[in-house]
Write a protein that binds this ligand. Structure first.
Ligand code: ASP
Length: 439
């Protein structure tokens, strides 16, 4: 058995948190490969080390003095080192970082030092080997992740090792220049390492006990999701539910490795399992609800639209030419509606409208803004009668007008469009009917 364990920034924000992490790792010999984030916030108003590094490098880039800022960052690590009573110093590393900042080594290099240094501390604390991710995780010249080269080099390297710490968030181009993933990218590193060693499990340790059925800012203490499939998670993450970086799913998905989201502050909790497929029924008909505000609908009407071949293509071309992606496309016999992100669309609105006029020659175009989309997701909905009926009657009882309905062919999600102002009430109504009434 081999497990990859990734710890988020809040799990590694102080010596006290490191100690919790240490006991989690030592509790199971299988927890062989560790992927740390940079130290995160110790309390609500605190600053993450990654953000401190970005700010510090910004000064360096502008030719300003950054000594005090860099010293503050060093203090964060020194506190952890002394709190853990480790016999180590990061003096040399910081001298090197200062030198490279002066040489303007780049924003990615700067940000990556958070994980690099935390990895060093973690390796020393655990007595594990340290691997610099710049030597095993690679990016192509166009900035995309080089999965093939990484798999080859990383898996060869790790196959010779019993234990190792591989810092999250960064890798390098072929010429050695450091490149980071997008923010929160240590989750991706964990997934890549899990794939490289064909891990049995990828444990992702954070500060919540897994995914919740709905957003806790809307629902008071929502229940936890026990098991969710990668596909369900994609749908919910796309609609705004976040715990794990979206791109972290792909490497492990290819290998069929389950991800277990766990809470460093509550290690006894089994968390949420993210799996390829499962015969396990979810407790409720739905697995989760998520949504986003800020959409526009562009409603297009034309008599006899149904018999005009190519109409839809012409409409969509108007969006494509203006570099706008669409979200949903409900249609009727003589109507077609295109849902787009309001902030992307608003400045290009008139250009898109005239392009539609020119190319598709509709009778009318009508734009409605301030709409929200809600995804009700669940593998349990498939071949289950009455799910849509329950959603709609719950919304009707809550006096919410539904603007759009879209059910994917997978029968795994139903998307509902409502006015922005009805968003929270709609989520509460749906949560109540499926979870509170427990059917
Ligand atoms: N430290 C990086 C960030 O704050 C990456 C991570 O924690 O996953 O985004």
């Amino acid at each position: 058995m081999a497990k990859v364990v990734k710890f988020g920034g809040s799990s590694l924000a102080s010596a006290e948190q490191f100690e919790k992490v240490g006991s989690i790792i030592r509790a199971e010999e299988d927890r062989r490969f560790v992927v740390p984030s940079a130290p995160g916030k110790r309390y609500k108003e605190d600053t993450k080390v990654t953000d401190m590094l970005y700010a510090c490098y910004d000064l360096a880039e502008r030719g300003k003095d950054f000594k005090a800022e860099l010293a503050e960052i060093k203090k964060r690590y020194d506190e952890i080192i002394s709190g853990l009573k480790l016999n180590m110093s990061l003096d040399e590393e910081f001298t090197e970082i200062e030198k490279n900042f002066k040489k303007k080594a780049g924003k990615d290099y700067a940000a990556s030092r958070g994980e690099f240094l935390n990895g060093k501390v973690m390796a020393e604390y655990l007595g594990f080997d340290f691997i610099d991710s710049a030597t095993v995780i690679f990016f192509k010249e166009d900035g995309t992740f080089d999965a093939d080269k990484t798999q080859e080099v990383l898996s060869a390297k790790l196959s010779t090792m019993k234990n190792a710490v591989v810092p999250g968030f960064y890798g390098a181009y072929a010429d050695g220049r450091v490149k980071t993933f997008s923010r929160g990218g240590s989750d991706i590193t964990g997934s890549i390492v899990a794939k490289a060693i064909h891990a049995d499990v990828y444990e992702n340790w954070t500060d919540v006990s897994g995914f919740l059925i709905a957003d806790p800012r809307i629902i008071d203490k929502p229940q936890k999701i026990e098991t969710i499939t990668y596909r369900e998670l994609r749908e919910l993450a796309y609609m705004g539910a976040s715990v794990l970086h979206e791109d972290a799913i792909f490497p492990v998905r290819q290998e069929g490795i389950p991800i277990n989201i766990r809470n460093t502050n509550d290690p006894g909790n089994s968390g949420t399992w993210i799996v390829g497929s499962t015969g396990q029924k979810s407790k409720y008909t739905i697995t989760g609800i998520a949504g986003k505000k800020g959409f526009c609908s562009v409603n297009i009407e034309k008599d006899m639209m149904n018999s005009e071949v190519g109409f839809g293509r012409k409409v969509l071309q108007a969006f494509e030419e203006n570099d706008i992606s669409f979200e949903h496309l409900p249609s009727g016999i003589d109507t077609m509606t295109v849902f787009v992100h309001q902030d992307e669309f608003i400045n290009k609105e008139q250009k898109v409208v005239s392009a539609i006029q020119r190319m598709a020659k509709p009778d009318t175009i009508d734009i409605e803004s301030d709409l929200a989309l809600i995804a009700v997701v669940g593998r349990g909905m498939k071949s289950m009668r009455g799910t849509a009926a329950r959603i709609f009657s719950a919304l009707a009882h809550a006096h919410i007008n539904i603007k759009m309905i879209d059910q994917g062919s997978s029968e795994m999600n139903i998307i509902i469009g409502v006015a922005n102002e009805d968003f929270e009430d709609a989520i509460r109504a749906i949560y109540n009917i499926f979870v509170e009434t427990c059917l």
